[in-house]
Structure formats: C-alpha cells, structure tokens
Design a protein around this ligand. Structure first.
Ligand code: PEP
Ligand code: MN
Length: 260
C-alpha cells in the first residue's frame, strides 16, 4: 500500500481531547466490563477505575455476538445505566452503537462511539457517524487488511468528522490457542501511513487475562496511543470472562504502564 495523499486519513490529524488527555499525544487507558449487566456493579467498578486514574469507562450494551442465542446485551437499558454511571462518577464513556435508530437518542451522552470489528464494513453506519462530530473508535475487523481498515476510516472522515481513532483488536490467524492474534505491526504501519491515533485492545485479541499485561506493554512500546482493557467483577461478568482482568490485576498493569 502506497502513501496516497488523496486520502484524508493521510492528511488530517484528529484533535481529540477527553478529560485533558489528547489522543495521539498522551497514553490513554480505557477500561470497563465487556458487557453492562447491572448498575450497582458497574458503579462499583467505575469508582475503582476512577481511583486508579483510568481515563475512559467502557461498557457494552449492544453486543454483536457470533452466536444469536448468546446474551446480546441489555441494549437501551444498558446504555441508560452507563450514562447514569457517567453522571455519578464524572468518567467519560465509550460504547458501541450498532444501529442508526439509536444514534440520535444517545449521541449527546456518549463521549466516544465505538464501531466494533463486526461493523467495520457497515458503510451506512460509518457514513452516518461521519456526519456527527463525535470521536469514533473504529476497530479493525478480524480479517481486514490495513488498507480495508484505513478505507473504512475514510468513510467517516469524508463526511466531515475528523475525530477518528483506530483500534487494533487482533486478527484471525491459524492459531487456535488464542482468540485472535494481536498484530503489533499494525501500530508502526498505521503511524507510517496515516495521521490517525491508534490504540490496542489486548483483551479481545488474546482472549486470556494472563496475556493482557505483556500485550499492553508490547503495544505501548511499539508506539500505541493507548489501550482498551476489559475489567470487571469476576464473579459477576456475563461474557468474555476468560479475558477479563480484576481491578487488582489492572492496578498492577497500570503500575507497569507508568514505567514506560
Ligand atoms: C467490544 O470491544 O466490546 C467488542 C465486541 O470487540 P470487537 O468488536 O473487537 O469484537
Ligand atoms: Mn468483550
């Protein structure tokens, strides 16, 4: 792939500032449960994350799951809980909104809208997000090339929204013992071929909680602008438990991040 300067991802440097931290300049830590399950436990987690200095709270409400019979998230009720926890803690929030029909209702209250890996190719959604001025976290689809991914970002940028952050979340390889394979090379590639900030999601990439710390550190050393980590009360988490870390484990990870 050549550095083609006709594309906006090559020309525009996003200016995304959340709680005095700038994407692309500061190391951003996003953490929270895979899926929101109840308000009491989300509030407890969020207060702990705030104490640890986490920048942004994550929590899924619309969960695009592979298996249609698995838990699909609390949907609107989940978003209401997340927004309430934002009000109670002051933590900015990120969540995935999969359908255009909910975009308008929630856009003002959500600080960053996530486009999940399964929706990276949902061009109608990308175009609609491009017409807003919200920061968008565009996750890489599990089989997307760098070019596919950057061109997906272009769908948002082209509509006028220049606030795009990329997220490497693991790609599909032949390896069966990890959920996906974290593509560390994506970080220098994206830095070299675009002006967009890039963060890494070691949770969905590896699928194993014991890998979160080494993969976080590797990503940051490779130049990632931040990480997004699944953290929850391990007795209550309803999905992705194997890759979820506890608050105490996160505390140890954060100590090591500070050393970099
Ligand atoms: C998520 O971050 O909630 C998620 C579902 O991840 P992905 O889209 O990368 O699978
Ligand atoms: Mn998850």
């Amino acid at each position: 792939m050549n550095n083609n300067f006709k594309y906006l991802y090559n020309k525009i440097k996003p200016n995304i500032k959340i709680n005095n931290k700038i994407f692309g300049k500061d190391t951003i830590v996003i953490a929270g449960p895979c899926t929101i399950h109840d308000e009491e436990s989300l509030l407890k987690i969020a207060l702990n994350l705030k104490k640890l200095g986490v920048d942004i709270l994550r929590g899924g409400a619309f969960k695009p799951r592979k298996d249609p019979y698995s838990f699909q998230g609390l949907e609107e009720k989940g978003l209401d809980i997340l927004i309430n926890v934002k009000k109670l803690t002051g933590l900015p929030i990120i969540t995935e909104i999969t359908s255009l029909k909910f975009l308008e209702k929630y856009i003002n209250d959500v600080d960053i809208i996530q486009v999940g890996s399964k929706n990276m190719y949902n061009y109608e959604l990308l175009k609609a997000l491009g017409k807003t001025n919200k920061p968008i976290l565009l996750k890489r689809s599990m089989s997307a090339t760098y070019e596919d991914w950057l061109l997906a970002s272009e769908y948002i940028l082209k509509e006028g929204n220049t606030n795009v952050i990329l997220c490497e979340r693991g790609i599909r390889t032949f390896e069966k013992d990890t959920r996906f394979t974290l593509d560390i090379q994506a970080i220098p590639f994206i830095k070299n071929h675009s002006k967009l900030p890039i963060i890494v999601d070691p949770s969905h990439a590896s699928g194993h909680s014991y890998m979160i710390k080494p993969m976080t550190l590797a990503a940051l050393i490779a130049g990632a602008d931040g990480v997004m980590i699944e953290v929850d009360d391990l007795d209550k988490a309803v999905c992705d438990l194997e890759q979820t870390v506890s608050i105490n484990e996160l505390k140890e990870i954060l100590k090591d991040i500070k050393k970099i």
